[in-house]
Design a protein around this ligand. Structure first.
Ligand code: SER
Length: 317
């Protein structure tokens, strides 16, 4: 049976990059991108899906004979706090729709992203273990902690092969994040390349787990490729890329732009970040499916700046 993949939330920070990698790997006609709105200039198959609508997901699954679903749509940590009940409703409803459609249509594999937002004060902040106590302090985090358990439930009860990673903050040049607490770490590069100063909404010593886009895409594809028997963690896998604070990323950028200036004005997102780990123990991912990150802060910074420079120069010409 051919692999035919549906990506829900394909216009997001991760989705837009992941879709390209999936197209390269499985063929442009075997990947159906979907989101609430079409995306200008998108190359490939696209369907509008509001994932709160069970029937619409099922219709697309049947039409294209989908075999795998990547469910990337969610309201993130910072944005989610604006309307807690609505965030819960959307994050859970879309998840249940995807899991139920998958169960009823014999979907072969599902990818369900979780997040470092599942951790709270009950977990060690340094090298947080995979099986740490979960007491998330945001609605987003609660929905992901719950979603992890539902993933495991669907696997144990129905044999649905759902795989999951707890994504750190994702940093890439191709797309912008939206509504997260780690978003500053993308924005800061744009400001540096544009020759502007940056006002950071986290304090300079707030260390958080992050990951470069290439690494996170590779991790996702490697997890989905791994033999079923090796996936022993059915809630979600911790994943490390690189941990740093705003002061550390600033000083790395200043190696390239010595005049780059950053000021600090922590807002409500500081409280969210304070509950999250500083670094992650991802030994389960390393042992069970061979995870190994490649990008450190220096390599990531050099690549981000090189790519963003090319982007802004092309844009300005
Ligand atoms: N990047 C996400 C956020 O900040 C964490 O999963 O909400």
């Amino acid at each position: 049976m051919d692999t035919v993949i549906l990506v829900i939330g394909a216009n997001g920070q991760l989705g837009s990059v992941l879709v390209k990698s999936l197209q390269d790997k499985f063929g442009i006609n075997n990947v159906i991108a979907s989101d609430l709105r079409t995306k200008e200039g998108f190359n490939g198959l696209f369907e509008i899906i509001d994932a709160t609508q069970f029937d619409r997901i099922q219709e697309i699954v049947k039409t294209y004979k989908i075999t795998q679903i990547y469910h990337l749509a969610a309201i993130l940590s910072a944005k989610g706090e604006e309307n807690p009940l609505q965030t819960w409703d959307i994050n859970m409803k879309t998840m249940f729709n995807v899991f139920e459609v998958s169960r009823l249509n014999n979907i072969e594999k599902v990818f369900y992203p979780s997040s470092i937002a599942v951790f709270g004060d009950g977990a060690d902040k340094d090298l947080t273990p995979n099986d740490a106590y979960l007491d998330p302090a945001t609605v987003y985090g609660i929905s992901k902690a719950s979603g992890e358990n539902w993933s495991q439930y669907y696997f144990l009860r129905y044999g649905l092969d759902i795989r999951s990673i707890r994504y750190p903050g994702v940093i890439g040049y191709q797309s912008l994040p939206g509504g997260g607490t780690t978003d500053y770490a993308v924005d800061i590069y744009h400001k540096a390349v544009l020759g502007e100063s940056f006002n950071c909404f986290l304090s300079e010593d707030t260390t958080l787990p992050m990951i470069y886009m290439d690494d996170v895409i590779r991790a996702t594809l490697e997890l989905m490729d791994a033999p079923k028997e090796s996936i022993k963690t059915r809630t979600s896998y911790n994943l490390t890329g690189v941990s740093f604070s705003p002061a550390e990323i600033t000083s790395e950028i200043q190696n390239i732009y010595p005049d780059f200036k950053v000021s600090y004005k922590p807002d409500f997102r500081q409280k969210i970040a304070n509950k999250w780990p500083k670094s992650i123990d991802d030994s389960a991912a390393r042992e069970e499916w061979g995870w190994q990150p490649k990008f450190n802060l220096k390599a990531m910074t050099e690549t981000m700046i090189k790519e963003l420079k090319a982007y802004y120069i092309t844009d300005l010409v």
